[in-house]
Design a protein around this ligand. Structure first.
Ligand code: IPM
Ligand code: MG
Length: 389
């Protein structure tokens, strides 16, 4: 099958990590008989320099015609002094809204190979963990196209005060909850709604909506936490969580917290999913979300969560694994290629088992022999691991 992928390498280490990710996709294509066609597009700082705006119309319009989008990272110090609407980060918000990718999946799990990278003690990692051994494996589903990020904002006439508004409709809450339930259904069947319903009216609507919807998902255990408590529980007993569903702002904050627990932001992938693919693509039109591991026909934007890391750009030391794992999420969620996605994940596991480490994850295994490699070598090792599967 042929798939068209909008490729936005972006700024900083972005191009260095998307290159190994597309190389891994091509290796998967060779092995399983798929063809991935990339349409390279500009966004972020690069687009500001070449087109004068972070998200040129053409980028968004072309991306909409593709089956999925793979993004490296955007941003850098040279663009930080620009006014808000011209900053590289606007490209991310514009792509999210423009592609309608309302559900952001951010998995965070403790890999045994990187145990020593997690700042938590064994007894904390064992607390509330059903398996009784140190670890956690959770998925944050963050609402991505609503709430305070997109609400009305402004300043008073004299500039002495400013405001941002959090608005959610029942429909917006319900659709992201459904994605969360679908994911929970293929995981450990637990879903925790995180809000601030003791204070915020919009959070009370979240809770009401979730309580009503939970009746449709009787096989999933639904629970509720206020966001302050959730922030505490994440470092007190992360093993208690399976799927967390929350608003745009709370999800932004909690997902950074969760990333520290894995000890390695360079490993974390993400998927942002919307409704069924819009046009002529190869994704199956109109297919429904059946379970979290095969969300067919869904427009998706895939990106590592580590950002552009300008300080290490161009040095061949960035960790490409988050971008490679994001490509695996693309295969799973947008294309329904579960076997191929799992092959990439197995390959990544194999290179970690073999002791290969980029600098950011070196010295974290608590023993064993490690070999420090660069970005390119890490990507090639994953491809070799695929070929020997
Ligand atoms: C993220 C980032 C973005 C966000 C920024 C760069 C706009 O922090 O993807 O989590 O706040 O959503
Ligand atoms: Mg963030």
């Amino acid at each position: 099958m042929n798939y068209s992928i909008a490729l936005v390498p972006g700024d900083g280490i972005g191009p260095e990590v998307t290159a190994p990710a597309t190389a891994v996709l091509d290796a998967i294509g060779d092995k399983y008989g798929h063809i991935f066609n990339y349409v390279e597009l500009e966004a972020g700082g690069r687009a500001i320099d070449s087109a004068g705006e972070p998200l040129p119309k053409e980028t968004l319009e072309t991306a909409k015609q593709c089956d999925a989008l793979l993004l490296g990272a955007v941003g850098g110090p040279q663009w930080e002094t620009l006014p808000g609407h011209l900053r590289p980060e606007r490209a991310l918000l514009g792509l999210r809204a423009g592609l309608g990718v309302f559900a952001n999946l951010r998995p965070a799990a403790l890999l045994p190979q990187l145990r020593a990278a997690c700042p938590l003690k064994d007894e904390v990692l064992t607390a509330s963990n059903a398996e009784g051994k140190p670890g956690f494996d959770l998925l944050i589903v963050r609402e991505l196209t609503g709430g305070i990020y997109f609400g009305e904002q402004g300043r008073s006439a004299d500039g002495s005060s400013a405001y941002d508004t959090e608005t959610y409709s029942r429909a917006e809450i319900e659709r992201v909850l459904r994605t969360g339930y679908a994911a929970a259904g293929s995981r450990r069947k637990k879903l925790c709604v995180v809000d601030k319903a003791n204070v915020l009216e919009s959070s009370r609507l979240w809770r009401e909506t979730a309580q009503a919807l939970s009746r449709e998902y009787a096989d999933i255990e639904t629970s509720y936490l206020y966001v302050d408590n959730a922030a505490m529980q994440l470092i007190r007993a992360p093993g208690q969580f399976d799927v967390i569903v929350t608003s745009n702002l709370f999800g932004d904050i909690l997902s950074d917290e969760a990333s520290v627990l894995t000890g390695s932001i360079g490993m974390l992938a993400s998927a942002s999913l919307g409704g069924p693919a819009k046009s002529g693509g190869s994704a199956k039109d109109g297919a429904t979300v059946k379970d979290g591991s095969a969300v067919l026909g869904v427009m998706g934007m895939y990106e590592p969560i580590h950002g552009s890391a300008p300080d290490i750009a161009g040095k061949d030391i960035a960790n490409p694994l988050a971008a490679i794992l994001s490509a695996a999420m693309m295969l799973r969620y947008s294309f329904g290629l579960e076997r191929e996605a799992a092959a990439i994940e197995t390959g990544v596991n194999a290179v970690l088992d073999a002791g290969l480490r980029t600098r950011d994850i070196a010295g974290r295994s608590g023993g064993g022999t490690e070999k420090i490699v660069g970005t390119r070598e890490m990507g090639e090792a994953v491809i070799n691991a695929l070929e020997s599967q």
